[in-house]
Design a protein around this ligand. Structure first.
Ligand code: NAD
Ligand code: IPM
Ligand code: MN
Length: 363
């Protein structure tokens, strides 16, 4: 098959991990006889520095004409004091909105070989398999007004949490659909004891649940959910929640796998193209040093193969290669444990590629 992939590396380690994922996709192409065409677009700080805006129109066009989008990460200290329209994160929010990517899937899977990399005990994280479904184009991230104001001569500020009912419906419905092919449980996370938006969220979840008698629905308040995630994560299957809660809880969930550098994501729309990115950021503290863990992005590429191209065998080949490399003891610094081989970003990528191509020889 031939596929066009828009590549937006962004800033910091975004560039390093995307380079690795592309090499792995090329290896998949080689092994399975596909042609992937990679076309690069600018986003984030790099776009601000070179063309004066965090998301140029050409990048949006490129994405819209592609079969899928692969993104690294944006941001960094260089742009932190910029006015809001010149912040790298604006570019990311805008591409999500432009492509109508309303649902962000963030799976947390247990790698047996990483049990010793998590700060949590093995008995707690063993067999964790959950899918966070995060609403991605609404809530506090996009509500207007969002600005500094004056109130009775004093400095004040307002951010707006706004949702249309149908924005809740579509993402919650998707969570139920996904739960049907898993263990059949949806945990809807909200703050219904305080927020009106959460009370509507809960109401919508109840309504949608009626169409899915085979799926169990439970509601959980977000503060409790944050605690339950580290107390007993195996109680969760699909978690569905609004934008900001999902952002925070998914970083927390990544620790169950051993590191933020392990968690991939897929952002879905009604018509496509979908966008794939690791959940982590540009990690300015390690950028440019060949230290970043590329596996979250490599696993995001696997999600792309499965969800955008229907290439299940190819996706599994990547996931299997990643598992094998971890089992063989190769670790970047973030998942390093006593007695293992510490490798750089590029060495990790080489290991995954070699394993992928080597497995072909075995078949
Ligand atoms: P971060 O996710 O960049 O880093 C948090 C910590 O995790 C750091 O110590 C970092 O070194 C480590 N880490 C993250 N990814 C790693 C990887 N692949 N391998 C090894 N270690 C890894 O979050 P932050 O430091 O709060 O934010 C830095 C910048 O990134 C900010 O500008 C923020 O806005 C941006 N950001 C962007 C995205 C995105 O583009 N999707 C996501 C989160 C943060
Ligand atoms: C993420 C990031 C982004 C978010 C930021 C950089 C806008 O943290 O993708 O998780 O909050 O969505
Ligand atoms: Mn985040």
């Amino acid at each position: 098959m031939e596929k066009r992939i828009a590549v937006l590396p962004g800033d910091g380690i975004g560039k390093e991990v995307v380079k690795g994922a592309i090499e792995v996709l090329q290896a998949v192409g080689e092994r399975f006889g596909h042609q992937f065409h990679f076309e690069y677009g600018k986003i984030g700080g790099e776009a601000i520095d070179t063309v004066g805006t965090p998301l140029p129109d050409e990048t949006v066009e490129l994405c819209k004409q592609s079969d899928a989008v692969l993104l690294g990460a944006v941001g960094g200290p260089k742009w932190e004091s910029q006015p809001v329209h010149l912040r790298p994160e604006r570019g990311l929010l805008k591409i999500r909105k432009e492509l109508n990517l309303y649902a962000n899937l963030r799976p947390t899977t247990y790698f047996q070989s990483l049990a010793d990399s998590s700060p949590l005990r093995k008995e707690v994280i063993e067999n964790v398999d959950m899918l966070m479904v995060r609403e991605l184009t609404g809530g506090l991230y996009f509500g207007k007004p969002s600005e500094r104001i004056q109130q009775n001569g004093r400095d004040a500020v307002v951010d707006t949490l706004f949702y249309q009912r149908n924005e809740m419906e579509r993402v919650i419905k998707l969570a139920f659909e996904l739960a049907k092919s898993r263990t059949g449980k949806v945990t809807s996370v909200d703050k219904a004891n305080v927020l009106e938006s959460s009370r509507m969220w809960r109401e919508v979840a109840e309504e949608i649940a009626k169409d899915y008698p085979e799926v169990e629905l439970e509601h959980m308040l977000v503060d409790n959910a944050a605690m339950q995630l580290v107390r007993k994560p195996t109680q969760f299957d699909v978690i569905v929640t609004e934008n900001l809660f999902g952002d925070i809880l998914s970083d927390e969930a990544s620790v169950l796998t051993g590191s933020l550098g392990m968690l991939p994501s897929a952002s879905l729309s009604e018509a496509g193209p979908y966008l794939y990115e690791p959940i982590h950021g540009s990690a300015p503290d390690i950028e440019g040093r060949n230290l970043a863990n590329p596996l979250a992005t490599i696993l995001s590429a696997a999600m792309m193969l499965r969800l955008s191209f229907n290439m299940n065998e190819e996706a599994e080949a990547i996931e299997q290669a990643v598992s094998q490399v971890l089992e063989a003891g190769y670790r970047t610094g973030d998942i390093m444990a006593f007695g293992k081989h510490q490798v750089s970003t590029t060495e990790m990528v080489e290991q995954v590629k070699a394993t992928l191509l080597d497995n072909e020889a075995i078949l």
